[in-house]
Design a protein around this ligand. Structure first.
Ligand code: FAD
Length: 418
């Protein structure tokens, strides 16, 4: 795991046990530290469990692009559109939205894509190390990701995506209609164009993977406290105390990896970060026959279809409404019909529905690094749409920083006070 161990063992407190926090905790434990992870939630139920499971090494496209910004009004009016805003939440998210708009400038899009690419270059290898160390290799499959288009117009409009992929060194293959059918016989014969990102992978049951990582961490001697951290307190001038309902504990170093809930801790430490929840839904459907062989991005419907171990998972949508508003499954359920158009023999029988919270920054680049003014507090959050992919590498970097090791990545694009 990135070279030498044997740095002075510390007491480390990790806030949040999604894919980022549990990865940090495992890498830290592997370095010999005494690690306690705090999370009140069920590891098999949170955002890191219900996602589309794509290890998206090709996922360099930021959310803010001139193309997306131009289409926002149309998206909001379309009942099948990928974006909804609960208007009551608008004042709270206004600064984040303003920054999103600025980040849609072409020069920023390029810089943001490159910053993502530099981290993504390490994402798959870090998954390999993490799953090998914890005996969870079976959850990760090297499947590639297929993006399909029904219309020539859609394909033409997406050429800027392919250009950006090319410029950021991502390999992809353009497929003919025949090749699509051979590659995915379970798709309906309606797709005229496609491209495959062959280096992408898939987690076949993200929830079970996170549960198993928690169990592996405990087997390694790590401690899990099922408590909400209420605040970080200073002791002798250093931010080192974590306070929960049940009491408090002091640490040498802290890792903030509480996903969409992370910004409260930075605020307590005197830094404001632009982070919000891009809420997203999934619906589990029965596995069709023949099943899909890999995750499929149905581009014009903004919908992913992922063949999980336990059924076909439809993921869709961005809803801006913070972390407190109750779920509204209406739009996700509407998309079941679209899924049945895309996949042959798909029974439109919902097995379960779920809401998750992508921890998103306006430029789609995560925060990884020291909390400003606090030498012993490390941040690892903000993976947004590709946070499942970035979790292990973000956690590994946090462990490198605690150990004082060079993470082998220039961290300036991810700085908390960038
Ligand atoms: C519909 C959908 C589809 C997606 N598809 C993909 C995909 O295919 N590929 C991909 O790479 N990414 C995908 N994502 C994004 C990805 O799931 C997230 O970015 C990622 O899971 C975030 O992981 P995390 O560990 O940073 O945060 P989380 O998984 O949200 O974990 C944060 C944890 O912090 C805990 N916490 C919160 N407050 C406190 C507190 N006060 N004290 C202690 N603990 C606290 C929470 O209980 C939670 O368990 C998708 C997301 C959604 C919603």
């Amino acid at each position: 795991m990135n070279g030498e161990r044997g740095t002075k063992p510390q007491r480390v407190g990790v806030i949040g046990g999604g894919i980022t926090g549990i990865s940090a905790a495992i890498f830290l434990r592997r370095d010999g530290h005494d690690v306690t992870l705090f999370d009140p939630g069920d590891p098999g139920a949170g955002t890191s469990s219900g996602n589309a499971g794509v290890i998206s090494t090709g996922g360099i496209i930021p959310t803010a692009t001139p193309y997306v910004l131009k289409r926002i009004p149309k998206m909001l009016l379309d009942p099948y559109g990928p974006l909804t805003i609960r208007w009551r939440y608008l004042p709270a998210i206004a600064p984040w939205l303003a920054s999103l708009v600025l980040n849609g400038m072409p020069s920023r899009v390029e810089a943001n894509a490159r910053a993502k690419a530099a981290l993504l270059d390490h994402a798959y290898d870090t998954y390999r190390i993490l799953t090998r160390e914890t005996g969870t290799e079976a959850y990760v499959k090297h499947t590639g990701l297929l993006t399909v288009f029904e219309t020539d117009t859609g394909w033409r409009r997406a050429q800027w995506v392919l250009d950006l992929l090319r410029r950021c060194g991502r390999n992809f293959e353009v497929l003919s209609q025949d090749q699509i059918r051979q590659m995915e016989p379970g798709l309906a014969p309606i797709f005229r164009h496609a491209y495959l990102l062959p280096e992408n992978g898939m987690i076949v049951h993200p929830g079970k993977l996170v549960i198993e990582l928690h169990a592996a961490f405990q087997r390694m001697g790590g401690t899990i406290v099922k408590q909400n951290v209420q605040r970080i307190e200073r002791v002798d001038g250093m931010a080192r105390r974590l306070v929960t309902e049940r009491g408090s504990e002091d640490f040498d170093s802290l890792v903030v990896s509480a996903g969409a809930w992370s910004k409260q801790f930075l605020r307590q430490l005197g830094t404001r970060v632009l982070l919000d929840a891009e809420r997203g839904y999934h619906i589990m459907l029965p596995q069709p026959d023949p099943g899909l062989r890999r995750p499929v991005n149905v581009y014009e419907d903004t919908m992913f279809l992922s063949p999980m171990q336990h059924g076909l998972r439809l993921t869709t949508g961005v809803e801006l409404a913070g972390t407190e508003a109750p779920p509204d499954y209406t739009r996700a359920r509407r998309m079941i019909k679209r899924a049945a158009r895309a996949v042959t023999n798909l029974e439109q029988r919902e097995q379960s529905a779920w809401l998750g919270f992508r921890p998103s920054t306006p430029n789609s680049v995560p925060f990884i690094g020291r909390a400003p003014g606090h030498a012993n507090v490390y941040c690892a959050f903000g993976g947004g749409h590709i946070g499942m992919t970035l979790g292990p590498i973000s956690g590994r970097i946090a462990a490198d920083l605690v150990a004082g090791r060079d993470p082998g990545v220039d961290l300036s694009p991810y700085a908390v006070d960038r």
